[in-house]
Structure formats: C-alpha cells, structure tokens
Write a new protein. Structure first.
Length: 191
C-alpha cells in the first residue's frame, strides 16, 4: 500500500481545521503523513502556491492530497480516489464530489450531509477543479507545480487548466465523499 501525503494550509483560529483533521484521522485507512502549515494571522491568502510548495518539498508520499482546511471527509474517499488514479493513467487528479461541485454542476436540492449520485457509475469528468480536495500522483506536482499561470486569479483553475494542457483529465467520484463545511462559505454542510 502506497504512502499518502496530505497537505493543508490554514491560519490560526480557523473555524473548521479541527473538524477537518478529525475527519481525516477517522477516514484514512492507509499509511499517511499529514503536513499542516498554520500561519499566525489570517492574511486572506491561505492557499498560496509558496505555502503548498513548501509542504510538498517536505512530503514523501507516492500520492499527494491537497486539502482545504474546511473539508469534512466521509469514509472511503481516499481509497476511491487512489483507485481511479491507479486504474487510469489519463487521469491527472481526482476530487471527491462535494456540495460545491454539485452546485456548479447545477444540482442544488441535495440532502446533506451525504447525497449519493446513484445513476453515475464512472468518475464524473468536469471542466473545472474544486479546490476543496484533489488527489494526484507525486510526479504530477513535480511536473506541474501548483502556481499562478497566465494571470488567472484562481490558482485551482490554473492548475486544472495546466494539467489538461498536458493531456491529462480531471475526474470526480460519482458519490459525494466530502463536503465543504459551513453553509455561509460554500453552500456545504452546516455546523
């Protein structure tokens, strides 16, 4: 079983980080290392490329998870993501579906905390990347670092677009296996 590095950038006083960490420890059933960068003050720039690249440089996993500090994970999420990557070399990154992605796909009336998209049997391709969580092979970040490209403001969209330019596709799992926490922030599961 391959080791996984889970990278999270946050700030002191984060309202959701503790719940994210609890859900990770309860749902990851393989060897993993958890690298968390907590800045002392909230500057509004939590997900900067430099912070994530610093965590990546210290990581050792075969698979990398880039996670926001406000995600609640459901059991099975990581194994399902790694299964998709292992079985399909054309997939660049996998993201478990969450309420924010479903909202962008036009599905609004979902039952929190864990709706199931029962008619989907394969990973769901999508033209955008949810920054909440993505899982990818280590070599991908070495080849395409998480950075600002072409002046696009959203780093997550930049990374996703650059991965697709390399001929790799994104994939979303057919079942919702995580949620952004806080209705006020992303339309996710409320406290």
């Amino acid at each position: 079983m391959s080791c996984v590095s889970i990278l999270i950038c946050s700030f002191s006083g984060s309202k959701y980080l503790h719940r994210t960490l609890l859900s990770l420890t309860a749902t990851v059933h393989r060897d993993y290392e958890l690298l968390v960068d907590v800045e002392k003050e909230r500057t509004g720039l939590v997900n900067t490329p430099g912070r994530y690249q610093g965590l990546f440089a210290r990581s050792s996993g075969d698979y990398i998870v880039k996670s926001d500090d406000d995600i609640h994970y459901f059991d099975g999420w990581l194994d399902a993501c790694i299964d998709v990557l292992r079985d399909n070399q054309n997939i660049g990154y996998v993201s478990p579906l969450n309420h924010l992605v479903l909202h962008k796909l036009g599905l609004r009336n979902l039952d929190p905390p864990k709706p199931i998209i029962s008619e989907a049997r394969e990973p769901v391709p999508a033209p955008f990347l949810s920054g909440g969580c993505w899982v990818f092979r280590r070599w991908l970040w070495q080849r395409i670092p998480y950075a600002s490209y072409n002046g696009i403001k959203s780093l997550d969209s930049n990374f996703g677009a650059t991965v697709r330019k390399e001929g790799l596709q994104p994939a979303y799992l057919p079942d919702v296996l995580c949620s952004h926490l806080g209705v006020d922030r992303h339309g996710g599961v409320s406290e």
